[in-house]
Design a protein around this ligand. Structure first.
Ligand code: ATP
Ligand code: MG
Length: 391
C-alpha cells in the first residue's frame, strides 16, 4: 500500500476560544490570514466547523512548504496533517491501518473527540473499539499517560478526521484583530523582536527607519528592509518608511549640550514617527527600548521621550533580559541580519556620556533653541516608502 498523504489540516486555536463574543471576528480574521498563507499552493478549501479550522488540501499541495508557512500564522495553537473519512468505525479503522503502515511503536492511546453528539458511539466507546483494533493489529500496549503514539480521531457531523501529530503553531492572536501600530525599527537586535511581539498580539505593524544620510551611507536602511521583508510573512504586507535623519542630528549637535543629545534625537524620531503614524492611522508607537539596557534607557529618559508624543509609546521588551531578546531574535530569524555591521545613525554624533536622567525642563530649554516643527518637516520631506508583500 502506498503511504497515505494528508488530505486535510486541522488547526486548533486556544486564546481565541476564550474571547467570548469576539470569537467570530477572531475566527474570521484567522481564516482570512490562512487564506493568504496558502496562496500559490493550489486550490485549498477552508472550513470552520466549531472550535477548529480545516484546510482541505488538493493532491499537489506541497506539505513541507505548507507546514512551514502554517508555523508562522499567529492565532494557531497547533496544527495537524490529517486524513478524512466517513464516520463509520470501519472507515476510521481503515484509515488508521494505512497510517500505521510505516510506524513502529510499543505503546499508544486513542484520543477520540466527538463534536457531533448524534453519532451512535460515544467517544469512550469509540476509544475502546479503535484501541482494540490497533492492539489486535500491532500487539502494541495501551498507555494513557505517556504513549509513544497518540491516535487522534475527531468526529464531525459528516466526517471523521484522523491524525497522529500536533505541530506547534506560534500561538498569539490573528494579525489584524488588535489594530495598527507603527514600529521604530533600527536594524539592531531589539526593535525587530519588539515588532514581532506586537504582531503576535494581533497588531498589523508599519515600520519607520531613520538613517544617517547624508552624513552616513544608507547601509542601515538595507538591513531594516531585510528585517521588514522577513517579518512580513506574519502579516502578508508591510510598509517601511525611511527618513533621513543625519542633517537633523547635525543641527541638534550644533546647539545642544552632549549629555542631552541622545534623548533629543529620540524625541525628534518620535515626533516624526507620530506624523507618519497619523497618516497610517496607527494607534501606538512601538520601540525596542528596554529598562536599563543602555545608559540612556532609564525610567526618567523613557518618560521624557514619551512627553514628545501624544500617542502611547509601547515597549514590549521593557522587562526582557538581553539574552532573552537574543534568543527570541534567533528563534524568529532576525538575529543574523541584526548583527550585520551597519552605520546606525544613533552612533553619529553620539556623546560619550549621555544623560541617564534627563529633566524635561532641561530638554525643553535645549529644544527652544531649535525650530522643532521645521526639523520635523525637514525629516518628513525626505521620506521614502517601501512596500513588501508575502508570499
Ligand atoms: P535596537 O536593538 O532596536 O537597535 P538598542 O538596544 O540599540 O535597540 P537604542 O539604540 O537606544 O537601543 O534604540 C532604542 C529604540 O529606538 C530602538 O529599539 C528602536 O525602536 C528605536 N530606534 C533607535 N534607532 C533607530 C533608527 N535608526 N531608526 C528607527 N528606530 C530607531
Ligand atoms: Mg540600536
Amino acid at each position: 500500500m502506498t503511504e497515505l498523504r494528508p488530505d486535510c489540516v486541522v488547526i486548533h486555536y486556544h486564546e481565541i476560544a476564550l474571547k467570548g463574543d469576539n470569537r467570530p471576528m477572531f475566527v474570521r480574521r484567522l481564516t482570512d490570514n490562512l487564506r493568504k498563507t496558502v496562496q500559490g499552493l493550489g486550490k485549498i478549501r477552508i472550513l470552520t466547523p466549531r472550535g477548529r479550522i480545516l484546510l482541505y488540501l488538493n493532491e499537489e499541495t506541497p506539505w513541507l512548504i505548507l507546514s512551514e508557512r502554517l508555523s508562522g500564522v499567529f492565532g494557531s495553537a497547533n496544527f495537524s496533517p490529517a486524513n478524512r473519512c466517513s464516520t463509520e468505525p470501519e472507515a476510521i479503522e481503515a484509515v488508521i491501518d494505512r497510517l500505521l503502515d510505516s510506524r513502529t511503536f510499543e505503546t499508544f492511546r486513542i484520543s477520540a473527540r466527538r463534536s457531533d453528539k448524534n453519532h451512535p458511539l460515544t467517544s469512550v466507546e469509540l476509544n475502546i473499539r479503535l484501541g482494540r483494533h490497533v492492539q489486535d493489529r500491532t500487539k502494541a500496549r495501551v498507555d494513557l499517560e505517556q504513549p509513544d503514539l497518540t491516535i487522534h480521531v475527531e468526529l464531525l457531523q459528516r466526517e471523521a478526521l484522523v491524525y497522529f501529530e500536533k505541530l506547534a503553531g506560534p500561538g498569539g492572536l490573528p494579525v489584524g484583530v488588535s489594530g495598527h501600530v507603527l514600529s521604530l525599527i533600527s536594524g539592531g537586535i531589539d526593535s525587530p523582536v519588539a515588532s514581532y511581539l506586537m504582531m503576535k498580539r494581533g497588531c498589523t505593524v508599519g515600520f519607520v527607519h531613520f538613517h544617517g544620510h547624508p552624513h552616513l551611507t544608507k547601509a542601515s536602511l538595507e538591513k531594516a528592509e531585510d528585517l521588514v521583508r522577513h517579518l512580513t510573512r506574519h502579516q502578508f504586507e508591510s510598509r517601511l518608511t525611511a527618513v533621513a535623519f543625519g542633517e537633523i542630528q547635525r543641527l541638534i549637535v550644533l546647539s545642544v549640550p552632549p549629555p542631552l543629545r541622545v534623548v533629543l534625537y529620540r524625541r525628534f524620531m518620535i515626533r516624526i514617527a507620530e506624523e507618519i503614524a497619523h497618516r497610517e492611522r496607527a494607534k501606538a508607537i512601538i520601540t525596542g527600548e528596554n529598562l536599563g539596557q543602555v545608559a540612556s534607557q532609564t525610567l526618567e529618559n523613557l518618560t521624557v521621550i514619551q512627553e514628545a508624543a501624544r500617542l502611547p509609546i509601547l515597549r514590549p521588551l521593557i522587562g526582557f533580559d538581553k539574552d532573552e531578546i537574543i534568543e527570541t531574535a534567533k528563534a524568529i530569524g532576525t538575529y543574523s541580519t541584526s548583527i550585520l555591521p551597519d552605520q546606525d545613525c544613533c552612533r553619529l554624533f553620539i556623546p560619550p556620556h549621555p544623560s541617564v536622567a534627563a529633566k524635561l525642563n532641561d530638554i525643553e530649554r535645549a529644544e527652544r533653541k531649535l525650530d522643532i516643527s521645521g526639523l520635523v518637516k525637514m525629516g518628513l520631506e525626505t521620506v521614502e516608502r517601501f512596500e513588501f508583500v508575502w508570499p
